[in-house]
Design a protein around this ligand. Structure first.
Ligand SMILES: CCCCCCCCCCCC(=O)SCCNC(=O)CCNC(=O)[C@H](O)C(C)(C)COP(=O)(O)OP(=O)(O)OC[C@H]1O[C@@H](n2cnc3c(N)ncnc32)[C@H](O)[C@@H]1OP(=O)(O)O
Length: 221
């Protein structure tokens, strides 16, 4: 999935040798599928289900107490394995929804090229803002991820988002297959203007966005 590599990126950044070195102030991160075993993906999916449940259950207090005990046991299990950014697999497993990061929406990039990046997925209960509509703060997270990927594929790394403008055209539903497409609109020096559209499978436009990605100067974090 990472055959097309930004010229700016050291090949080690995408082929998995190490999260070593920095370009400017920006660390070179390993983006190739981390060497996870078969349990990592199901673990992340189970954590997503827990997120759904945490925002939706209405349980007796003793159930919360029992869940707390299990959660504390998981914390005790995982805590010794904290790792620096770029070393933990979360966010670096491109074959998993949301790159295997709970922060990201669980979408899967299905096409990426210098001209277009397309991703598919669904929002879920965890993402509800109200009345089963996706929270207005979650949709920019999807667009920002797309703009970062689009900028990367257009060989404009490493850039950061200068602004992100979202137009909410229709209520975005949960548990519904959706598709988002993103492309470069124009380039002006360090500035890459990107655009994206979020649609349902009937082609109905739910939201669109325009963003400015700014190439970092040496030393900028
Ligand atoms: C497989 C891999 C997948 C990888 C997939 C990974 C996806 C993750 C992507 C996540 C991306 C993020 O969220 S990044 C996190 C959110 N963003 C940030 O934290 C950025 C915070 N801001 C900054 O650090 C700074 O503003 C910089 C470094 C971006 C720019 O500062 P600077 O270097 O001083 O540049 P500056 O002169 O101000 O601006 C440069 C040019 O941009 C213009 N400009 C700057 N800001 C704006 C603005 N808001 N609106 C209009 N124009 C602006 C200026 O007018 C100027 O134009 P002109 O005079 O040249 O014409």
């Amino acid at each position: 999935m990472t055959d097309q590599v930004d010229d700016d990126l050291d090949s080690a950044a995408v082929t998995g040798s190490s999260a070593v070195g920095r370009r400017g102030g920006f660390p070179k991160l390993r983006m190739q599928a981390a060497d996870t075993g078969p349990d990592f993906g199901p673990f992340i999916e189970a954590m997503r289900t827990l997120q759904d449940l945490a925002v939706s259950v209405d349980a007796p207090d003793e159930v919360y107490g029992a869940a707390l005990s299990h959660a504390q046991a998981m914390i005790d299990l995982l805590d010794p394995y904290r790792a620096p950014e770029g070393e933990s697999p979360a966010g670096r497993v491109l074959d998993l929804p949301g790159r295997g990061s709970l922060l990201m929406v669980p979408w899967q990039v299905e096409y990426f090229g210098p001209d277009l990046v397309r991703s598919r997925g669904s929002f879920r209960r965890y993402h509800v803002g109200g009345n089963n509509a996706v929270h207005g703060g979650v949709i920019p997270l999807l667009f920002d991820e797309m703009f970062g990927f689009t900028s990367f594929m257009a060989k404009r790394s490493v850039s950061r988002t200068g602004y992100l403008h979202v137009n909410y055209r229709k209520v975005t539903p949960i548990d519904t297959p959706l598709v988002v497409e993103s492309r470069v609109d124009r380039i002006e020096g360090r500035k890459t203007f990107v655009v994206a559209e979020l649609r349902d499978e009937d082609g109905t436009l739910l939201a669109d966005a325009e963003g400015l990605m700014i190439k970092l100067l040496p030393g900028q974090p």
